[in-house]
Design a protein around this ligand. Sequence first.
Ligand code: ADP
Length: 402
Amino acid sequence: MAHVLTLNAGSSSLKFGFFKLGDATEDPEARIVGLMERIGPGERAHIKAKRQDGHVLIDQEYGRNHVADHSAALSRIVEFLREQRPEMRLAAVGHRVVHGGPDFDAPTELTPAVMERLAQFEPLAPLHQPPNLSGVRAALELFPDAGQVACFDTAFHRHHPWVNDTFALPRKFYDQGVRRYGFHGLSYQYIAETLKEIAPHLHMGRTIVAHLGNGASMCGLMGGRSVASTMGFTALDGLPMGTRCGQLDPGVILYMLQNEGMSPAEIEDVLYRQSGLVGLSGLSNDMRTLEAAGTEETRQAIDYFVFRIRRELGGLAAVLGGVSTLIFCGGIGENSAHIREKVCEGMGWLGLEIDEGRNLRGERMISTDFSRVRVLIIPTNEEIVIARAARDLVESKQGTVA
Ligand code: ADP
């Protein structure tokens, strides 16, 4: 019985999934999912992991400096998995890698040459790519015999029409890789595949997906393929997020540099960590906290979030030439009936109407029977997309051996 491990490394965190492989036609079966947080020198790391049925297997804090980097984090995670599953036989490791640059449009086996190419994209995603690659290096060291595959957040969007791939800058920037890559690709891929399974006729049509989590973006799909996304060169563009600003006039950055005398590092901190919902509310990046607070600032933060979603919805509908399905996913999209209601309010002009009761109950289909646009809630699952890619790698190697 073979297993695959999925890894999703953030700057100070490492999310993992442990899956059992069945035969080639079966989906990998999630057995354990978990998260190690506060990885770094001087920190007290924390691990929490659950079985698929929600039973908590570990919830533990380590001593200071016990988990100083991703390599130490992975060793601890593997120790824990071996205790839980002594029969563990890891055939492959699947990694979430945020940036595949202009080249990679599909999961790719991690060879030294691929690693070298991916390291060149670090300046394109300075907050995400370096920790992603640290996670890969740690896994390569620990499991030299397992196959290792990278799954890119950008890959799903790589075949955008040129107008959705470029900025109106001098051409040399495009050639250097300054393009609209789009992110959350693993989530959109999962949603597109699930829609194909549950409603093939809708999958063929024009779909808008709103991935609303701590990170948030929207994607327009035609026949299951990404045509346009709200995120651009980095994961800052488009919708406001928990702590990120979303769409911004680039002149604001010049103002910060020239008039406020801010350094690039200070500006980066404002745009990535102090803006969005937390910046506008002055309270929290967490939608639950904002919904519960009910102050003027928190209401305004929510109003701005909703306003931008509605604006992008209209824009994407125009790009697609109409819309047959709207899908909500992500922590907010899946759980907040209030946000879904506000996003869909007064959208009759688009042929979109949701049913109050279905929305409140969080049913899979929340549109009314008369709504021309079907509105669905589909809980996203990026881990399974990575696990499938790892399984495919195992299958392809077995095929080669045979
Ligand atoms: P990430 O992008 O980090 O994966 P998630 O997809 O987990 O984020 O989404 C986190 C967001 O979802 C937080 O803002 C959280 O408040 C919000 N959320 C989760 N459950 C609810 C709920 N029941 N109502 C409103 N917001 C919720």
